[in-house]
Design a protein around this ligand. Structure first.
Ligand SMILES: Nc1ncnc2c1ncn2[C@@H]1O[C@H](COP(=O)(O)OP(=O)(O)OP(=O)(O)O)[C@@H](O)[C@H]1O
Ligand SMILES: [Mg+2]
Length: 347
């Protein structure tokens, strides 16, 4: 059997490649640009883990298989599915992959389960901080506890919007777009403070940073550097009716059996691009530790390439001896419909 195509279409970033590889072959924005129409805005086909524009999303699928090469349509495919993904999206994905792209077989696996495969562990608490989804999912012996998943926290894209608004309300002479705010954030100019009040009391000369935008304009960034990321822990700053990330974690653990809670706290796996923020792991550790008894050990595992965790996990998953048997063939799908692709692998 040919190695599978591993497909992780994230709200912000698409990661695609071949099973068995250590890294995805292609990583690109989940954005459709119509270069032929001048001044036309980019189309963003996904929002909060769900597809909001299937016409645009189909172009992302087509582009992905073009990038993976001619042979790729003959490979089986593993599709990563967000824990809160809609049934309609799963149906449409299968339709596009089987009927338009023409792949021979497919398996859909929960994004959280895949992320844990990156670590090689079978039990753990997966915390995803992505561009459009922030969720916490407990996994026990490879089984996801769907009833205990929590989501709805501040996401990477919320932080971009917030940072852009903050920068536009300070003394900068230039307007900073959301896209520019995103690159400022990703450059490492922003960080998570260890003590928010201490950071606010620091002298501005310790904080202020001059930043050069891609077009050469200079802007001054001050407290926005840590105020932006603070929204993860204090969502009220962006007026968002969502819980802080440490609260989501504690809520999820408390929905699990009392006998496994300690184990989950000592096996936290943080994944997703937004978790690369400087200072985030240390601050999260502190905030969780404040909410649990002293005797509970809080251990946060953070792999270096955790922004690709679901993809890497998918690559590992596709090499398991059981993988072949999980694949649903096109003939099976045509005979039995979408139901054959569901109710397995946490989907
Ligand atoms: N070095 C960095 N520091 C902070 N944030 C970063 C960094 N690099 C990437 N990000 C942010 O991570 C997010 C992308 O992460 P990821 O690829 O995990 O999301 P996604 O898979 O596209 O979305 P989702 O899983 O929510 O559907 C973006 O918001 C991006 O700005
Ligand atoms: Mg993702």
């Amino acid at each position: 059997m040919m190695d599978a195509s591993i497909l992780d279409f994230g709200t912000g970033i698409t990661k695609i490649g071949i099973g068995g590889d250590a890294d995805p072959l292609h990583v690109f924005r989940t954005t459709v640009t119509d270069g032929s129409v001048q001044g036309k805005e980019d189309q963003v086909p996904m929002k909060n883990g769900n597809v909001s524009n299937w016409d645009a999303m189909e172009l992302i699928y087509t582009r992905s298989f073009e990038l993976l090469g001619e042979d790729s349509t003959k490979r089986p495919a593993l599709l990563s599915i967000p824990p809160m993904g809609s049934k309609l999206d799963r149906e449409t994905s299968a339709k596009v992959l089987f009927e338009k792209v023409g792949i021979p077989s497919l398996v859909m696996v929960n994004n959280a389960e895949l992320s844990l495969y990156q670590s090689g562990q079978s039990t753990g608490l997966v915390v995803n901080l992505g561009h459009g989804t922030t969720y916490v999912a407990p996994i026990w012996e490879h089984n996801i506890f769907s009833h205990a998943i929590t989501h709805g926290g501040v996401t990477g894209s919320d932080i971009d919007n917030f940072l852009s608004a903050l920068l536009n309300s300070n003394e900068n002479a230039h307007q900073v777009t959301v896209e520019e705010a995103r690159s400022i954030k990703e450059s490492g100019a922003c960080y998570v403070s260890q003590d928010f009040d201490d950071e606010l009391n620091k002298d501005r000369t310790e904080i202020d940073l001059s930043y050069e935008l891609p077009d050469g304009r200079e802007i001054l960034i001050g407290r926005e550097r840590f105020l932006s990321c603070e929204a993860l822990f204090n969502p009220e700053y962006i007026d968002k009716d969502s819980p802080p990330i440490h609260k989501l974690i504690c809520d999820t653990v408390s929905r699990c059996d009392i006998n496994i809670r300690r184990n989950l706290y000592s096996n936290i796996h943080i994944v997703g691009g937004q978790s690369l923020s400087i200072g985030l792991i240390e601050r999260l550790q502190k905030e969780i530790q404040k909410k649990v008894p002293q005797s509970v050990e809080v251990v946060i595992n953070a792999a270096e390439n955790r922004d690709y965790a679901a993809w890497v996990g998918g690559s590992v998953f596709s090499q398991l001896s059981t993988f072949k048997n999980m694949l649903v063939t096109k003939a099976d799908y045509e005979e039995k419909g979408i139901s054959v692709l569901q109710n397995t692998c946490g989907v």
